[in-house]
Design a binder for this molecule. Structure first.
Ligand code: ADP
Ligand code: MG
Length: 332
């Protein structure tokens, strides 16, 4: 029903191109892990190696403590949900969901019962005799999820499963995916390039960049205390201010040399790190906040993005005395 996954120094190449560079990752049984990163960073490659669709050039993958080298996809305790969910159009939903069980020689009545149970789990009770063309995109993706869960995998692999859905439906499906994962307890490894999706569903986010892990941790940790400039910027907008031997354009901040990182929402009228009087360059109403660019008078070349309170009526030319609350210094 669930298993841990151990990825040990896995490298993968396509010809001369290095797609994964000595990636190591421990995933606990029952954990919801999201592989997050831009297109081409190696997410699908890593997922395919876990699923057995390819073998790594070097390194090892263990599932439930067993070395998976040479074990094909159908003999692994994994199933995969792809973005193009590829249901069989001529089959009923029950037959689609029961397909993997049929391949495993499970009798018809038992398949039917399991299919109905899985369809109910994904929010499609009583639809077993429908056909895929009668469903919306979101409903079809639920059927694909039911089909993958029907064979009771230890590890479910999901490659951008919500990518084809519109934003509103995607947000709703994220909540459901999380709830279903909690109910079944299966280990989920989910690939996306959408950092909001990652934060919505993950126990831990693995930020990937150019075939390597750039950061890893719970959403709050990766967002508030990024361990690399890449993950800091990929998780959302962030101000990057150079620090050289403890000096920043804003004054002394700390020892060492590196980058002072401040999220736009961590700048306001109170805080621990004074930015001094700042000139508002522009301001726009964004609904839940006012997004503005400011330049500290002490460092006029610095242009920082800030999220001011919704009620703020700041206009270009105004002078505000600002502070940062949360900030991180990444040493170079
Ligand atoms: P992601 O899923 O993060 O977008 P991929 O794992 O698909 O990334 O790809 C990682 C890198 O490997 C990319 O540079 C991509 O161009 C390359 N790549 C992926 N699949 C192949 C393939 N079948 N042949 C050659 N290069 C590939
Ligand atoms: Mg991909």
């Amino acid at each position: 029903m669930t298993a841990n996954v151990s990825i040990q120094s896995v490298t993968q190449t396509y010809g001369a191109a290095l797609a994964l560079d000595h990636v190591s990752l421990e995933i606990a049984a029952g954990e919801f892990v999201v592989l997050l990163g831009p297109s081409g960073c190696g997410k699908t490659t890593l997922l395919n190696l876990i699923g057995g669709f390819a073998e790594p050039v070097s390194g090892k993958i263990l599932i439930g403590g067993k070395d998976m080298a040479g074990v094909g996809p159908s003999r692994r305790p994994t199933t995969t949900v792809f973005q193009d969910y590829a249901l069989f159009p001529h089959m009923t939903l029950a037959d689609n969901v029961g397909f993997g069980l049929r391949m495993r020689g499970v009798a018809k009545a038992e398949r039917r019962a399991k299919a109905e149970e899985m369809l109910a789990l994904v929010g499609l009770p009583g639809k077993a005799d429908r056909r895929p063309h009668e469903l919306s995109g979101g409903q079809r993706q639920r059927v694909a999820l039911a089909r993958a869960l029907a064979v009771s995998p230890d590890v479910l692999l999901l490659d951008e499963p919500l990518g084809a859905l519109d934003l509103k439906l995607r947000r709703a499906m994220q909540d459901e995916l999380k709830a279903i994962q909690r109910r079944v307890g299966t280990t989920f490894v989910h690939v996306t390039h959408d950092q909001e999706e990652a934060m919505a569903i993950a126990d831990r986010i693995v930020v990937m960049s150019a075939g390597k892990i750039a950061d890893i941790g719970p959403p709050r940790e990766v967002y508030l205390h990024p361990k690399s400039l890449f993950s800091a910027a990929f998780m959302g907008e962030i101000n990057q201010i150079p620090v050289i031997q403890g000096q920043s354009p804003l004054g002394p901040v700390a020892q060492g040399t590196g980058t002072l990182l401040i999220r736009p929402e961590a700048i306001g009228l109170t805080g621990t790190l004074p930015l001094g009087p700042c000139r508002v360059e522009d301001a726009a109403f964004f609904g839940t906040y006012v997004r503005a660019h400011i330049s500290p008078l002490a460092a006029p070349d610095l242009r920082l993005t800030v999220h001011l309170p919704q009620a703020s009526s700041s206009a270009p030319g105004d002078i505000l005395t600002l502070f940062a609350t949360d900030h991180v210094i990444l040493e170079a």
